[in-house]
Ligand binder design. Structure first.
Ligand code: 2PG
Ligand code: MG
Length: 422
C-alpha cells in the first residue's frame, strides 16, 4: 500500500516577496511530493480564501497559521490514506475545513497539500506527473497565452486592461511558440525603450505599461508583433484579460486612464470595436463577475468570433461552469487550482467545461513560485491551453522550461485552430 506517512509544511516566499505555504507529503515507501500555493491579486469574490496571520509582521501576510493547520489538523487526518485516492484526500480536507470558502484552514493550505499529494502519487509510480495524470489517454501540449504588457492590479492600475497577451497561432510546437513569443516580447521592450518608456516590468514579467490610453497598448502590441517579423492575426494573435471586476461594479465601468465611464452595453461596444480593429482571438472576464447579463450579451455578440473566458466569473467552479454553459455567458473557463482549493475540484471544473464544449485554460496566478504543477495539469488533463504570465522572471520561465522538457517526450502540440474559435 502506498500510504501517506507524514506531512511537513513551512512558510516560503512567492514572486512578489510575500509569504506562502509549501507542503511536503512523504509516503511509507520513501517517495515524496511537494506543492507550493500561488496567490492572486485580482481575485474573484467567490474564490477559496487564503488564511493569513494578520498582525504587524510582514504586513499581516504571514501564513504561519495556515502552516500550523497543515501540521496539526490536516496531517493527522491524511495519515495512512492511500496517496492514489486524491478525491478522498481532497474531500477529507474540505470536510475538515468545514466552511464554504475554505476560510478556516485556508485555501492556501489546502491547495499546497492537494498538489503535494498529487506529486507524491506520481513519484510513487515513477512517472512524470503529466503522464500519471494522462494514464492511457492521448494528450497534447497546451497552446500558451503569454503576456507582453502587464496592467490592471498587476501594475498599480497604470492601464485598465490587466493582461495584454499573445498566442503564437502559427506555431507548430511548444518550443516554436516560445521562440516566437520571445521575439515579440523583446521587440515590445525595444519599442518601449525607443520611446523612452521602458520602466521595468509588472508583477507577471510583462513590460510596465507606460501608455496614454488602453488602445495605445493594443497598437503597440500589434507593432511589436510586426517588428518581430510576424503577421498579426496569422502568425501571432492577441489575447486579453480585461479583468473587468477590478474596475466595474453594478453595471458601471470606469476606465481610469481615459477618465470615461461605460455601462455594460457601452463596454461591450468598445470590446467589439477592438475585436474588429485588432487581431484578438480570446477575451477573459470582459465584464465584471456580478454582470451575468453583460456576459450573456457579449457572448451573444462575440462568442462566434473569439474565445470568451470566465475567470473571476467562474472561479474554477464546476457548478458555475455548468450554469454559464446553460446561459451561454462565455465559452471557455480559466482553471486555477487555488481558486477552487483542491486538485479534485479543479478537475471537476474542467470536466464540466469539457461536457459543455467549452475551451479550457489552466492558469498561474500573479503571485507564483518555482512550482510547475500547472504545466503538468494542462498537459496530463489535455486541457488545450496554458496561461502563465509573461516571458521574464524565473517563476514564469520555470513553467515554460518545464513544458519544453515535457515536449521532448515526443508529445504532440495543440494547434490554435483546434482550440480557438473565430
Ligand atoms: C488573472 C490572474 C493571472 P491574478 O486574472 O487571470 O493573470 O491574475 O492571479 O492576480 O488573479
Ligand atoms: Mg483573469
Amino acid at each position: 500500500m502506498s500510504t501517506i506517512e507524514k506531512l511537513t509544511a513551512r512558510q516560503v516566499w512567492d514572486s512578489r516577496g510575500w509569504p506562502t505555504v509549501e507542503v511536503d507529503v512523504h509516503l511509507n515507501s520513501g517517495a515524496y511530493g511537494r506543492g507550493i500555493a500561488p496567490a492572486g491579486a485580482s481575485r474573484g469574490m467567490h474564490e477559496a480564501v487564503e488564511l493569513r496571520d494578520g498582525g504587524a509582521a510582514i504586513c499581516g501576510k504571514g501564513v504561519l497559521k495556515a502552516v500550523a493547520g497543515v501540521m496539526q489538523e490536516i496531517a493527522p487526518a491524511l495519515k495512512g490514506k492511500s496517496v492514489f485516492d486524491q478525491a478522498l484526500i481532497d474531500k477529507t480536507m474540505i470536510e475538515l475545513d468545514g466552511t464554504p470558502n475554505r476560510s478556516r484552514l485556508g485555501g492556501n493550505a489546502l491547495v499546497a497539500t492537494s498538489m503535494a499529494v498529487l506529486h507524491a502519487a506520481a513519484a510513487e509510480t515513477r512517472l512524470p506527473l503529466w503522464k500519471y495524470l494522462a494514464g492511457e489517454n492521448a494528450v497534447r501540449l497546451p497552446l500558451p497565452q503569454i503576456q507582453i504588457f502587464g496592467g490592471g492590479a498587476h501594475a498599480s492600475r497604470r492601464i485598465d486592461i490587466q493582461d495584454l497577451m499573445v498566442i503564437a497561432t502559427g506555431a507548430k510546437s511548444f518550443a516554436q511558440a516560445l521562440m516566437m513569443t520571445g521575439e515579440v516580447y523583446h521587440a515590445a521592450g525595444k519599442i518601449m525603450e525607443e520611446r523612452g518608456h521602458l520602466q521595468g516590468v509588472a508583477d507577471e514579467g510583462g513590460w510596465w505599461p507606460v501608455f496614454d490610453n488602453n488602445e495605445q497598448a493594443l497598437d503597440t502590441l500589434v507593432r511589436a508583433i510586426e517588428r518581430a517579423g510576424y503577421t498579426p492575426g496569422q502568425d501571432v494573435a492577441i489575447a486579453l484579460d480585461i479583468a473587468a471586476s477590478e474596475f466595474g461594479k453594478d453595471g458601471r465601468y470606469k476606465l481610469a486612464l481615459e477618465s470615461v465611464e461605460y455601462d455594460s452595453h457601452g463596454l461591450c461596444e468598445l470590446l467589439l470595436r477592438w475585436i474588429d480593429r485588432y487581431p484578438i482571438v480570446s477575451i477573459e472576464d470582459p465584464l465584471a463577475e456580478d454582470d451575468a447579463a453583460g456576459m450573456i450579451a457579449f457572448t451573444k455578440a462575440a462568442g462566434h468570433l473569439v474565445q470568451i473566458v470566465g475567470d473571476d466569473y467562474l472561479v474554477t467552479n464546476a457548478k458555475r461552469v455548468a450554469t454559464a454553459a446553460e446561459q451561454k455567458a462565455c465559452n471557455a473557463v480559466l482553471l486555477k487550482p487555488n481558486q477552487a482549493g483542491t486538485i479534485t475540484e479543479t478537475q471537476e471544473a474542467l470536466k464540466a467545461a469539457q461536457a459543455a464544449g467549452f475551451g479550457a485554460i489552466v492558469s498561474a496566478r500573479s503571485g507564483e513560485t518555482e512550482d510547475v504543477t500547472i504545466v503538468h495539469l494542462a498537459t496530463g488533463w489535455n486541457a488545450g491551453q496554458l496561461k502563465v504570465g509573461s516571458f521574464c522572471r524565473s517563476e514564469r520561465m520555470a513553467k515554460w522550461n518545464e513544458a519544453i522538457r515535457i515536449e521532448e517526450q515526443a508529445l504532440p502540440f495543440t494547434v490554435a485552430s483546434s482550440v480557438l474559435r473565430g
